[in-house]
Design a protein around this ligand. Structure first.
Ligand code: PA5
Length: 424
């Protein structure tokens, strides 16, 4: 990958030294929440029995299932969704001969979402993968209760059990109890891996494999990334990125906009927002993660970015090669006046837009970092995962924040449970 910080900030040796110290804290397990750093070694788990089972079941689902409904919220679905949309496009479900359609439920409380997906899968051979580390999160638990009953009514209890797969804690939680009682196949979310860092466990890997994604390649890219981003050299992009964003934060840039190209990166931006928002937003501080699709959102948010409050920094994330070439045709009449673009590709046009944005925003007082990954493939997905996970932990440790807890999300749950009568 390449990282360009020039129009954002000139880093001082002190900024980099702080990032290096934070990285050492992560590596030596001496920081807050160090009992949740198992994600750093997940890429080395491809020889395990669990990984073999994920590959085997993923292949079966890819070959035999008509649809897979993934039930989970937050870290228990965003990684899988972002991987599938990035590698298989957001239109995966409309493509024939590409494995099962993949739907996501339990990521909110909305009857219509459930009803619509149930209508879409009606009469087909669909499977359910319910994912919850705690096994007690209300949103997925409610969706699963409905889906389980639906499957049992249609197939009978025994056959329904063969269509349900649980990804949860190895021993604790209501979901594990239920899975054991009903005899569902189970995959484990390790104790030392928190939800938003769990994409390289069965949480992300099983839905990916079911969609036909080569998860060995994902793990290889992640392994290469972990190695590169754990190096304490000044050229380490994760150190440069973390040092830059925290230095900018200290000058009053409180919001980071993750700017990306095209629909296929939309869910990846959502994954990034969860990873950084839940990790860094603590003790009344932290960078607020936002996102902007280039160029769609320039026609909505663009005005604010250019001339609104100067509290923004931006990271433009793009690929060197998109792998999809489309040449702009010449038109003999040229009534739309676009022949000046004829012969160029859409990638050429996007590059011009991205460079235009970079200059305009930087000139307007929004520091811009540019992160360029090679191409949107399996290997790079793993590599990008490693990049953002390491950067997030390093950035958090630079501010003495525990990157692995989320005490703030309990507040709404308490109120909701009280209103629903849980504590009566
Ligand atoms: O990062 C996290 O820990 C959270 O986003 C969780 O993944 C999310 O709240 C879902 O939790 P669970 O997997 O326990 O249902």
């Amino acid at each position: 990958m390449k990282i360009d910080l020039t129009s954002a900030i000139r880093l001082t040796p002190g900024d980099l030294q702080q990032a290096q110290a934070a990285l050492r804290t992560l590596k030596t397990g001496t920081g807050a929440g160090s009992e949740f750093t198992g994600w750093t070694t997940l890429p080395q788990t491809t020889g395990t029995e669990e990984f073999r089972r994920i590959c085997q079941l993923g292949k079966k689902l890819y070959e035999e299932a008509d649809a897979l409904i993934v039930i989970g919220i937050g870290g228990s679905y965003m990684g899988a969704r972002s991987a599938i949309e990035l590698l298989k496009t957001p239109y995966h479900n409309q493509r024939k001969g590409n494995g099962p359609a993949i739907y996501f439920l339990g990521n909110g409380i909305c009857a219509e979402d459930i009803r619509t997906v149930l209508q879409l899968v009606e009469g087909t051979d669909y499977y359910v993968n319910v994912i919850s580390k705690s096994g007690t999160t209300l949103e997925p638990a409610l969706a699963f209760r409905v889906l389980k009953q639906e499957l049992q009514t249609r197939l009978g209890k025994e056959e329904a059990a063969r269509h349900i797969i649980c990804t949860t804690d190895k021993a604790r939680g209501a979901l594990k109890t239920l899975a054991d009682a009903e005899g569902y196949e189970c995959f484990v979310i390790p104790d030392d891996v928190g939800g938003r860092y769990s994409v390289l466990t069965a949480v992300g890997l099983l839905p990916m494999a079911a969609a036909g994604i080569d998860i060995r390649q994902v793990m290889e890219g992640a392994a290469a990334g972990m190695k590169e981003f754990f190096a304490e050299e000044d050229s380490n992009p994760a150190l440069l990125y973390s040092a830059a964003r925290i230095a900018l934060y200290r000058t009053g840039k409180k919001i980071e906009i993750f700017s990306y190209q095209g629909e296929k990166m939309r869910s990846f931006a959502e994954w990034y927002k969860q990873l950084f928002g839940e990790s860094e937003g603590k003790e009344l501080g932290g960078i607020f993660p936002a996102s902007c699709q280039l160029t769609a959102d320039l026609h909505s948010l663009g005005q604010y970015i250019q001339e609104g409050e100067r509290i923004l920094m931006e990271s433009i994330v793009r690929f060197e090669k998109t792998g999809c070439e489309l040449v702009i045709p010449k038109d003999d009449d040229d009534l739309d006046g676009l022949n000046y673009t004829a012969g160029k590709t859409f990638d050429d046009a996007f590059l011009a837009a991205a460079q235009g944005v970079k200059k305009a925003h930087a000139d307007g007082g929004v520091p811009v970092m540019e992160l360029i990954f090679d191409r949107p493939d399996e290997w790079n997905l793993g590599y990008m995962t490693a990049f953002y996970e390491v950067s997030c932990a390093v950035s958090s440790y630079m501010r003495d924040i525990n990157p692995f807890n989320q005490p703030g999300v309990e507040a709404y749950k308490k109120n909701m449970f009280t209103l629903l009568g849980k504590y009566r």
